[in-house]
Design a protein around this ligand. Sequence first.
Ligand SMILES: Nc1nc2c(c(=O)[nH]1)N[C@H]1C(S)=C(S)[C@@H](COP(=O)(O)O)O[C@H]1N2
Ligand SMILES: [Mo]
Length: 555
Amino acid sequence: MTYTTRPAHHGSRRLPRPDRQSRGGRLLRALFGALSGLVAAFAALAVAELAAVPVRPQASPVTAVGESVIDRTPGALKDYAVRNFGTNDKLVLQLGILVLLALFALGLGLLTLRWRRVGSAGVLAFGLLGAVSAMSRPDAQRFDAVPSVIGAVVGAAVLFLLAGRLTVQPEAPSWQDGGNGPDDSGRDAAGSEFDRRGFVLTALSASAVSLGAGLLGQKLNAVGTEKAAASRAAISIPTPRASTSAAPVGVDLKVPGLSPFITPNPSFYRVDTALVVPTVDANTWRLRIHGTGVAKELDISYKELVARGVIDRDITVMCVSDEVGGNYIGNARWTGVPLAPLLRQAGVVPPSKGGPADQLVARSVDGMTIGTPVEAVLDGRDALLAVGMNGEPLPFAHGFPVRMVVPGLYGYVSACKWLQELELTRFTDFDAYWARRDWSAQAPIKTESRIDTPKSSSKLTSGKVAVAGVAWAQHKGIAKVEVRVDGGAWHTADLSAQDSVDTWRQWVWQWPATPGPHRLEVRATDRTGYIQTEQKAATRPNGATGFHNVAVNVA
Ligand SMILES: Nc1nc2c(c(=O)[nH]1)N[C@H]1C(S)=C(S)[C@@H](COP(=O)(O)O)O[C@H]1N2
Ligand SMILES: [Mo]
């Protein structure tokens, strides 16, 4: 085994040429080993993609693992991801998962050189991880684990097969000895002679077949998406029964650098837990309304819903994760069916009138649950089942075909996208998705304001500078906005015309800027008389507070 026990003449076998060759061969074998891990992982994912076709696209393992990572990510880390990667957070997550997977695959490939079965067992273990992830999603369905399992079995088999090609062949008898003693077996373990051609051929054919399976799987999995896209294309946004007036003149101050009054759909913020945007076919969509205190369960189609008649409302929607000065807020004209009459038709009575349910839980097709106070939905505000956004059918990313919009409540407690079910229950009986994760079960939007222009660190010239931004206190209305410079006296800003109390309001203040560094701050007062607090609060558990400030330099 060791050199010391080696007869002297064995030393001659480690002479330059064969030695170099075998070192090169060893390296190649290691490389091929690592490669076989990658090929096996690719085969597993590709086959799982194909196997997801009869199940459902969401059951493919990368999606399943990714979404369950999202579910499990601690709040602080999630906040960090949203802050640093914004809407790209999911792309980063997916890439991260793939990179990790590739690294593990390389490792398993190397392992397999020594322990052929261990590598394959490792692939099976990964399949198990995929299967468990798929089954632990809030919207898990019976067969969601199947694609991961099938993929893993195929991946393990591919690795086993490839590892076989990497087994070192017994060396041809050499001029020195033809023995098969312990020396030789020791050498074999780190040896160089294996079926290179066989490996390359097997690896190439496994990759080609996997690629085919993966592409076919992707194509077939996309059929649902194509149907959904076709159903969306076929919809023209219905005209409201009472023709809604355009927003009043003067809602948009049109100051350069100021957010437009209506946020265009492509730049509207997006926040959700969906790794893959759900694509629902409006032709097969149904909404079920049931639960505590529902006298008459409802189950309606998209056509039946829209046939009830729609209204247009400008409503500013906002995320509780919006930092002070952040941009997870947007204002759109929503076209939708009023929710209150629908609930009343189902027999729902508000808690203030003795109704037994105080929470309306909206469920989406992707398993999100969003709990809204029944009282708020029935108190006369324009709670909508929205089907249109700024004159077009809801974009897929914003909840097509139907989402909820309730003025005055943060998105996570009101704005369920890809809606499919409304259940009447009690806050004491059910915690919705975010309420289970350290966020408040109920969360009205806080009165806040933001400086849009000038931007932080701007270099300005002295003289008149238009300081402008937006302020919001949805469903209360903005009464006043004030700006101060370097902690001095508050100056009242000019407000844009008010559209409704449910939208944000623009403001502008002409600042006579003097040379030097300055800090601008803003605060809003709502129509209840409440003045926005200076007290800093984190986004968790129910929304950030504090004054937005911007530091600038005036020359
Ligand atoms: N199905 C589903 N609906 C959802 C969410 C989600 O993750 N899944 N996120 C909510 C949150 S936290 C917010 S702030 C709003 C954001 O809506 P938007 O993406 O259209 O701006 O959607 C809400 N509705
Ligand atoms: Mo949110």
